[in-house]
Design a protein around this ligand. Structure first.
Ligand code: GUN
Length: 374
């Protein structure tokens, strides 16, 4: 399923295969389509045009709306959104803790109020696996608790011990569901998630525990939640030696282009972040020369594309002046072009990282760009 082709320092160039979409080249950036669509009016068809290899959607959102049983009835998420490439679904663990209110955590799982209409919902490891099975994603994420930052040592310890017990339940339920005759995607894989807040000893203990459970990959969660980047890097440095070498590693919800380069340098293979779409919707456009704030007055008569070197659908056809005008005039096309551009940039970033690893020049790439791209 996962093959490391080449290494440079701790950085890995690899290939990952799953039930849909052939082989994913890693390091890879996963494009975020929380509700089965990319915010900014971008469809799964557009993802092909921006070089996306793998899409990420959310258990929590799709369970609340339209309901995972409806997605299942419509043939699974691939069919529903017309994307035949790989899909990873996040478990709900993060969204329950960041979006829902009136949460009550017990050993069995979490009871919370929906952020849409306030109705009470229970989700535990088994429910999360059942929802992800109904969605039919290629990679299901384990149900975890992402603790708030800052957290006390006592709380983080109790929480990550529970998250380790939850992984055992996720694994048992995942195996059971995959073996059912009418399962949507019998090839669905399961990734475990490391937690432990910013405490290196808890992180390492937790990683050692979850590495004993045979998952198809392992993620580092609970980072990029307000701690300084240096702390995040220290945690990855502590955990990485304890992650199985023959399985993919995924740094959840990270990050800026520099964070991604630094993650790759520390042995991470998968990334995802809402930053390209969220920043794009606010007119902040990534380029290799730095961020362009397209709302700036100086672009009002600028005939150049957002970036001269970019091959995205926005840069191939439209000027900075036009895109700025669309933002000022509140045209939805502004959001769409900005998001397409930023996703193209992030996918291109991953492609350039891979090329540098192939050529043995990743150290030069890192020296040139890390710290210079926000
Ligand atoms: N997305 C970003 N961070 C996390 C995390 O800690 N857990 C989960 N499930 N998803 C995430």
């Amino acid at each position: 399923m996962f093959k490391v082709l080449k290494t440079e320092g701790r950085a890995r160039r690899g290939e990952f295969s799953c039930a849909h979409g052939g082989v994913v080249q890693t390091p890879v950036f996963m494009n975020v389509g929380t509700q089965g669509a990319i915010k900014g009016g971008v469809s799964a068809h557009d993802l092909k045009e921006v070089g996306c290899q793998i899409e990420l959607s959310n258990t929590y959102h799709l369970h609340l709306r339209p309901g995972d049983h409806i997605v299942r009835q419509m043939g699974g998420l691939h069919k529903f959104m017309d994307w035949d490439g790989p899909i990873l679904t996040d478990s709900g663990g993060f969204q329950v803790f960041s979006l829902a209110s009136l949460r009550k955590i017990r050993e069995e799982g979490v009871t919370f109020a929906s952020h849409i209409d306030g109705h009470r919902i229970f989700m535990g490891p088994e429910e999360s696996m059942q929802i992800q099975s109904n969605l039919g994603s290629d990679i299901a994420m384990a149900f975890d608790e992402c603790v708030e930052n800052p957290a006390t040592y006592e709380y983080a310890k109790a929480s990550c011990e529970r998250t380790a017990r939850w992984l055992e339940r996720c694994k048992a339920e995942h195996d059971r569901l995959n073996a059912l005759p009418d399962t949507v995607n019998p090839g669905q894989m399961l990734f475990g998630i490391n937690q432990g807040a910013t405490f290196a000893d808890l992180r390492v203990w937790h990683m050692d525990q979850i590495a004993k459970i045979d998952c198809d990959g392992y993620a580092i969660g609970g980072l990029a939640v307000g701690e300084p980047a240096e702390v995040m890097y220290e945690i990855i440095d502590a955990v990485e030696p304890h992650m199985p070498k023959d399985k993919p590693r995924y740094l959840m919800g990270v990050g800026t282009p520099s964070n991604i380069i630094e993650g790759v340098a520390r042995g991470v293979d998968f990334f995802d972040c809402v930053m390209p779409s969220r920043n794009g919707r606010h007119g902040k456009l990534f380029t290799w020369e730095g961020t362009v704030n397209i709302l700036n007055e100086k672009y009002a008569t600028d005939p150049r594309p957002i970036s001269e070197s970019c091959g995205c659908p926005a840069c191939r056809h439209f000027s900075r002046a036009y895109i700025r005008h669309l933002f000022k005039a509140d045209e939805v096309l502004a959001l769409r072009l900005a998001v397409l551009h930023n996703l193209y940039f992030y996918n291109e970033l991953a492609a350039r990282i891979r090329r540098a690893l192939d050529e043995g020049t990743f150290a030069d790439f890192r020296a040139r760009y890390s710290g210079n791209l926000e």
